[in-house]
Write a protein that binds this ligand. Structure first.
Ligand code: DI6
Ligand code: FE
Length: 406
């Protein structure tokens, strides 16, 4: 098998005990889609059998970025809703009046598979151009059995059509679909239906995890738990949109189901933090939604840090609360708005984001990891947390293969 050497690089490996996992004069050896060796170039094994060589001339190399929370597949946009909010309407008011998520559901149902695919592929390419090599995509704008399956299938197709890895999450419990409104026990009836769709989605290979929106405009903890039970029955891991607009003790519930992650968390309580720590659940912080909804309650970053809960950062790309196309901008916002250190923010878009997806084979530069990495026009990764609106991504390697398409 041929071994490719990537030499004369400055590596931020995010492994070991050094800050940033820093290696000043480093090298990587890849074989197929794997990294087989990473370390100081002077320690490169003599029997490495190198068959191809790339001299990176001192450039910075980091792991590929992981955007671990997006709602990338949808129709339409919500620019008019943004104007309404600027005139004083709140996100909750618009949602309760039948706008918000439900207006995107209508546009998504109207769109053809091809339209959904082309729009989502264009969005994914923008994220890839900044070095995103793994992308999570949630359903949640179909909200019928057929439309949810369609959106998940579009997300899966993106993973086949583009070089990045796509992980799909079923989020049927995102909002009450319009056809249930007014029915007695509407939310409960919808949850029963959404649970009944999961086995077929799973059998068709369309789902990697199951998520829900547990909040006053979403679903109650009891309804959320029914979704979790259906997921657990199929052996699927769970995640949760938890404590975004209010504290429902959703994080503690998710932790009881061994959740991979709890996401948003502006209103997370101390007991929620303790439960997440005990369960090994990742806290996914979403500065784009915090910013765009002009939230004023900060997620409890210092308490998460003190407890040792790993923190990830994602775009939450969606048309309503975070129409964000830049994970690098989220890196900056995680520092400015949430006061993460640049290194914490970077671990949040690499190693901790991978953990939030249950992926242990990426997010660091080390032997055995997938050969997903990025070469940057920058001297140190802290520069990408500092500048905003600049894309210094020079080369993108997906599973050992360089992408030159974007
Ligand atoms: N919380 C969010 O921020 C997104 N979904 C959710 O549960 C927003 C979705 C939207 O407004 O379309
Ligand atoms: Fe979200």
């Amino acid at each position: 098998m041929s071994h490719t050497l990537w030499r004369h690089a400055r590596l931020a490996t995010f492994t070991g005990t050094e800050p940033w996992g820093w290696v000043e004069r480093g090298a990587l050896v890849t074989e197929g889609d794997r990294i087989v060796w990473a370390g100081p170039e002077a320690q490169l094994p003599r029997d490495a059998h190198i068959t191809a060589e790339n001299d990176l001339q001192g450039a910075l190399v980091t792991p590929g970025l992981v955007d671990c929370h997006t709602h990338l597949v949808y129709g339409g946009d919500r620019a008019a809703e943004f104007e309404q909010r600027l005139q004083g309407a709140s996100y909750e008011q618009i949602a309760r009046a039948g706008g918000g998520i439900r207006s995107t559901v209508a546009a998504t149902r109207r769109a053809t598979d091809e339209e959904l695919f082309n729009a989502a592929a264009a969005r994914a390419r923008v994220l890839m151009a900044e070095g995103v090599t793994t992308l999570e995509i949630k359903s949640g704008y179909g909200l019928s059995e057929g439309d949810e399956a369609r959106c998940l299938a579009v997300a899966r197709r993106l993973g086949r059509a583009l070089p990045l890895t796509v992980r799909t999450t079923s989020l049927a419990a995102h909002a009450l679909p319009p056809e249930y409104a007014g029915r007695p026990d509407a939310h409960s009836a919808y949850i029963a239906d959404a649970c009944s769709w999961l086995p077929a989605q799973h059998a068709a290979g369309l789902v990697d995890a199951v998520d829900a929106f547990c909040d006053t405009i979403g679903f109650t903890p009891a309804q959320t738990e029914r979704i979790f039970q259906a997921a657990a029955g199929l052996g699927l891991p769970v995640k949760l949109h938890a404590e975004q607009l209010s504290n429902q003790e959703g994080a503690a519930l998710a932790a009881r189901y061994g959740a991979l992650s709890c996401d948003h968390l502006e209103h997370l309580s101390a007991s929620g933090i303790a439960a997440m720590k005990a369960a090994g659940t990742v806290a996914v912080l979403l500065p784009g939604a915090y910013y765009f909804l002009r939230d004023t309650t900060l997620p409890p970053v210092q308490s998460l840090r003190d407890a040792g809960v790993p923190m990830a950062i994602a775009t939450d790309h969606n048309p309503g609360s975070s129409p964000a196309f830049s994970l690098l901008l989220m890196l900056n916002m995680a520092c400015t708005l949430f006061r993460l250190t640049p290194e914490e923010a970077w671990r949040g878009v690499t190693v901790h984001a991978a953990r939030a997806l249950g992926l242990n084979d990426r997010g660091t530069l080390a032997a055995g990891q997938r050969a997903d990495f990025v070469v940057w026009d920058a001297g140190h990764p802290r520069e990408m947390a500092y500048r905003f609106g600049l894309n210094p991504c020079r080369r993108r390697i997906f599973g050992g293969l360089e992408d030159t398409s974007t």
